[in-house]
Design a protein around this ligand. Structure first.
Ligand code: SMG
Ligand code: MG
Length: 373
């Protein structure tokens, strides 16, 4: 296969409700989409970066720049398989989310051409996946209980609460008291330090499934230390940016569970390697979320159907995020989403709608970079 060009576009999609984490509030997504144009057909990719470098060092303007000037030019006009993409991009350090987006577009083109779904390519063992939902920091306990109650009524099979210092034990207690024994977990997005160990241990009596990324991403050893004080299983998200990082964290005893996000680790192929490593080491994994559109969701739901994804993921329905998705919507049925079965990502992109919400567009091809708007 030959990659002839990559079309990039930025679309603006408002969120149905503000999403607050320990690092800020988001009210809309500014999504960078990629279309790989190959001699075997087209493929779609979604870059999961945020607008600001607050979840990780990557951000949307930076990803756009590195893709145009450093990543895509390394892939153009040569015989190419998806498996070679990460090797060709290795001279560029970091930028996992940007790399993942272009690898995803190439994989979609390759699999659509072969008539194979992402799910089959990954070795999926289910045709639908259990879904959880991530609940942002709320303005009050009353608002939290009403939001969680609404999601439980919709059928979500697990609730994740975003926490930060000053919003942790009380919200967890309130949710446990109101809703009883539901599958419940928390995510701190790096907001604590090891000095908070005894405070975090106050979460232990609530029988949470896990506490996700309590401390900064570089502090892998500190997470192993924390595990000596806190009984709740520690799950890493931000710290796991590669197979090597996963392997080291497991070896150090820094986590018992991993949140797998293909974007964060440089692509679906690296994510599959981490899934396999965790399976071999007896650690469960679950599919994370980055407020993806239907394009990213399709790939994530397919991967979540692999055997070692044994906990419900942050793979919520389209209407949890957007009034209107850019593909056919993912709809929650009995707390599950259906795994797309068609070739490639198995979803159709509503290009007319995408055009109507595009605020920048450009193409990188043999003729160089052409910016349309
Ligand atoms: O996609 O449902 C989703 C969001 C899940 O909480 C979620 N993601 O740290 O796991 C995480 C956050 C990162 C994204 S915040 C914009
Ligand atoms: Mg997280």
């Amino acid at each position: 296969m030959k990659l002839q060009a990559v079309e990039l576009r930025r679309i603006r999609l408002p969120l149905v409700a503000p999403f607050e984490t320990s690092f800020g509030v988001q009210t809309e997504r500014d999504v960078l989409l990629l279309k790989a144009v190959t001699d075997a057909g087209d493929g779609w990719g979604e870059c999961v970066v945020g607008e600001e470098p607050t979840y990780s060092p990557e951000y949307v303007n930076g990803a756009q720049h590195v893709l145009i000037h450093h990543l895509i030019p390394r892939l153009l006009d040569r015989a190419l398989t998806t498996g070679e993409v990460s090797k060709l991009l290795r001279p560029v350090h970091g930028h996992q989310m940007a790399k993942a987006a272009v690898e995803m577009a190439v994989l979609d083109a390759e699999l659509r051409d072969q008539g194979q779904s992402f799910a089959r390519f990954f070795g999926a063992v289910r045709d639908e996946v259990d879904c959880g939902v991530s609940v942002g920091i709320q303005p009050s306990i009353a608002a939290l209980l009403s939001t969680v109650g609404g999601y439980l009524d919709q059928g979500y099979r697990r609730i994740k609460l975003k926490i930060k210092p000053g919003w942790d034990v009380e919200p967890v207690r309130a949710v446990r008291e109101r809703f009883g024994d539901i599958p419940l977990q928390v995510d701190a997005n790096t907001a604590y330090t090891l000095a908070d160990a005894t405070h975090l241990a106050k979460l232990d009596p609530f029988a949470l499934l896990l506490i996700e990324q309590p401390m900064p991403e570089e502090q892998v050893l500190a997470h192993a230390e924390l595990a000596k004080t806190v009984r709740t299983p520690i799950c890493l998200d931000e710290s796991i940016h590669s197979l090597q990082a996963a392997s080291d964290a497991i070896e150090l005893g820094a986590c018992r569970i991993i949140n797998l996000k293909p974007g964060r680790v440089g692509g679906y192929l690296e994510a599959r390697r981490i899934h396999d490593l965790c399976a071999a080491r007896g650690l469960p994994v679950w599919m994370g979320g980055m407020l993806e559109t239907g394009i990213g969701r399709a790939g994530n739901v397919a991967m979540a159907a692999m055997p070692n994804f044994t906990l419900p993921g942050d793979t919520s329905a389209s209407n949890r995020y957007f009034h209107r998705d850019i593909t056919e919507p993912f709809v929650l049925r009995d707390g599950r989403l259906k795994v797309p079965a068609g070739p490639g990502l198995g979803v159709n992109v509503d290009e007319e709608f995408v055009d109507s919400i595009t605020h920048w567009q450009g193409t990188v091809g043999r003729a160089g970079i052409r910016t349309v708007s």
